[in-house]
Design a protein around this ligand. Sequence first.
Ligand SMILES: NC(=O)c1ccc[n+]([C@@H]2O[C@H](COP(=O)([O-])OP(=O)(O)OC[C@H]3O[C@@H](n4cnc5c(N)ncnc54)[C@H](OP(=O)(O)O)[C@@H]3O)[C@@H](O)[C@H]2O)c1
Length: 345
Amino acid sequence: MDAVIGIGAVVGVIVAIHIWKRLTAPGLKLNNKHVIITGGSTGLGLAVAIKCAEKGSHVSLFSRSKDKLAAAHKDIVTRVPLAKVFTYSCDVSKYDEVAKAVEAANSFQGQVCDMLVCSAGLAYPGYFLSQPLETFRAQMDLNYFGSLNIAKIVIPEMIQAKKDGHVVFVSSAMAFIGMIGYAQYCPTKFAVRGLADSLRNEMIKYGIKVSIFYPANMKTPGFDEENKTKPEETKQIEGTASTQSADEAAEYLMNGLRRGKYAITNDLACEIMRMASCGVAPRGNIVFEAVLMPLLILISWVFTIFMDFVVRRSRNQGEKNKQDEVRSIVRNQEVSDSSALTSTS
Ligand SMILES: NC(=O)c1ccc[n+]([C@@H]2O[C@H](COP(=O)([O-])OP(=O)(O)OC[C@H]3O[C@@H](n4cnc5c(N)ncnc54)[C@H](OP(=O)(O)O)[C@@H]3O)[C@@H](O)[C@H]2O)c1
């Protein structure tokens, strides 16, 4: 009986926290706000831009390809004819280019940025041994420094303009887990996580909000591209995860922002990983997460065994293939030797 009362009390507290969080959610005021989105020409960035424009924001999109930017511009104004859309071609890994882009965007929109979404990023999966050092550097330049550069330009402007600014970093589920094929990518998204965690705390001083999005696989041009070089083992491990459209993922992100969440995920597996590896950062429903913790540890442990099993199996398979290859070479050699003997006798 005591156990039932105890369980009932815990469930009651969990539900009460949930309701309290919903009732006190800050919402997201986007009307007439200037939203800058890096990587806004395709995928998640474009999906977020469309949602912001639909809510009355003036959106500025930065990415490299002018054609993709023009297509994104057309897409947004077709859906939202009155949208004020600015596009600028720049490489986010180059600070000077980003500074010019921000200046041009502020001038076009007539106001400094209210919300910054750092979505520009890509993965080039591959084996650690086959990729050159340059790939590792290029990944850090784009995914980490591409987010840092613009944050370093926009945040001081938000503070100076006394804005209730909001900076949204886009990390990845790969900031919770490291696995075969992602040695060049995971560290960059872990780094974005470290930056966001630090700024979340520091920016309280200035009233600037910081959030971080940890998407799982999304069906985007970037995802199709990364699948071209993704090792088989990585695909097998990821095979257990779902793939959402960019629009669905963007909806999760916007909902998370509306609810005032710091760390936002877009599927159950990713949410499990977030809770299991949250570290010293804001949590969701603290009692719910505390109660689940033993189960989360168990799930993480089982998944680690699964990941290692996939790689071990491919190694064993590789060794078996090598032995089969050697056997077949020896067999062919024997056949050609015996036919040489027959022809000479
Ligand atoms: N798709 C997934 O499964 C997945 C999962 C987890 C996390 N993420 C993250 O989510 C974010 C969005 O990815 P996505 O899947 O939507 O990719 P996407 O469709 O390929 O979009 C990437 C965007 O970034 C831009 N970009 C790339 N390099 C750039 C550079 N050097 N300077 C400026 N812009 C650049 C691209 O345009 P240009 O090429 O024209 O520059 C494009 O607009 C990324 O940070 C990615 O790491 C994606």
